[in-house]
Design a protein around this ligand. Sequence first.
Ligand code: AMP
Ligand code: ZN
Length: 477
Amino acid sequence: MKLYNTLTRTRDEFVTHEPGKVKMYTCGPTVYHFAHIGNLRSYIMEDVLEKSLEYVGYEVDRCMNITDVGHLSSDADTGEDKMLKGAKREKKTVMEIAQFYTNAFFDDCKKLNIRIPGKVVPATSCIPEFIEMVSKLLEKGYAYEAGGNIYFDTSKLSEYYVFNKHDAEDLETGVREGVEEDSNKRNKIDFVLWFTKSKFEDQELKWDSPWGVGYPGWHIECSAISTKYLGEYLDIHCGGIDNAFPHHTNEIAQSEAYLGHKWCSNWFHVLHLNTSGGKMSKSKGEFLTVSLLESKGYDPMVYRLFCLQSHYRKALVFSYEALDNTTVTYEKLLGRIAALSKDEMPLDEEAAAKLRASFKEALENDINTSLAITALYDVLKAKTNDFTKRTLIGEFDKVLSLSLLEMADEYAAKKQEESAAPAEVNEADAEILALVAERVEARKAKNFKRADEIRDMLAAMNITVEDTPNGPKIIRK
Ligand code: AMP
Ligand code: ZN
């Protein structure tokens, strides 16, 4: 399997530390608000990655954190604590906010057929592990105390910028404008491991530590949680592209300094979902959620398909027009699947082997989901029996997770209901309405001959007219 690796900037052959087994880590959501559909694009594509790894034969052990403490407005340790911001906004406690939005995130995952990773770990459940990691970093000389906080000393590393060739100048522009410089830092790019002297006097969640009462930095949580739950060697680490710097860069710095060896060999980053106005962001307040799409009549599966139609390494622009087009694509696909016979037949092994191979090849080609969907259409077009087609669709959908067989049944039932029920005439059907009106006038004028003629003309158009006390009721047969 070939996967693009942000670390080497090439498509590498995927190799795991232990043959056949994958240790996979995913940066989880910061639960101070609903996830927007941009966040969910990342989780959909990571879900496809996990299921693709399984499809090609790996056993995947996956862990995801829930960020319920320590993530500040700016990823560079400045600004307000996001959780505290959420709690103030809703006049609730931080833990109430965390619980509510963690559940909301899981609900969104369910709607989008995103499998919840086997291990889900809230940051607040691992405070002793964070303290242990920070203590060891201090002991090894990679960290220092200044102004009451503990910082990671980036000057101790031979290479800090592992993903991009940033330099300190780039970083200055990376840090939000108007944010004050932290004068405690020895180097501009050092980052906080543990806050004690916080400028947030009202910080709700604080824990005792060897350095005083305080709370962890955001980056340390992923290093400590992944080491605790997945061990010292990680095979693949994922997140949205904005996480590459500084979050993942800092995770690598801490983890490798702590462990004393290389930590994670493959980095999988999903590019952003943007709107025509630019990047989608929770902090902007107004943003698109799955529930909002549902309220506008879109099926969450349509959004999933919209994501799968493009490659995870390309930025994707969201528009309702694009989603409308995807709705048509999805319904047509369901219609074609619904038309397949459900009769049991012998599996056409030869055809199945070829079709499976092209689906697998698409996944092995850096999770090329649009090619995988082409492979799905190839199944529908193939010269083989319907049983083989349905079997393969079911198999492919273990990865694509578009609920194809279930939704095709639902789609077929809906269509049948629609055709069985006499549909009322569309008011825009001007010709029919004009004839009905003429018939009313003819009846009033006791011109029953003309009235009957019109009735026959309507009948020829599959329209019947029922005379009710409220006037004529038009029914399409
Ligand atoms: P957060 O809840 O802010 O910690 O982000 C959760 C995940 O969503 C992270 O992996 C981010 O990198 C990712 N993410 C944030 N914004 C976007 C976006 N517009 N498109 C895709 N992924 C995003
Ligand atoms: Zn993380």
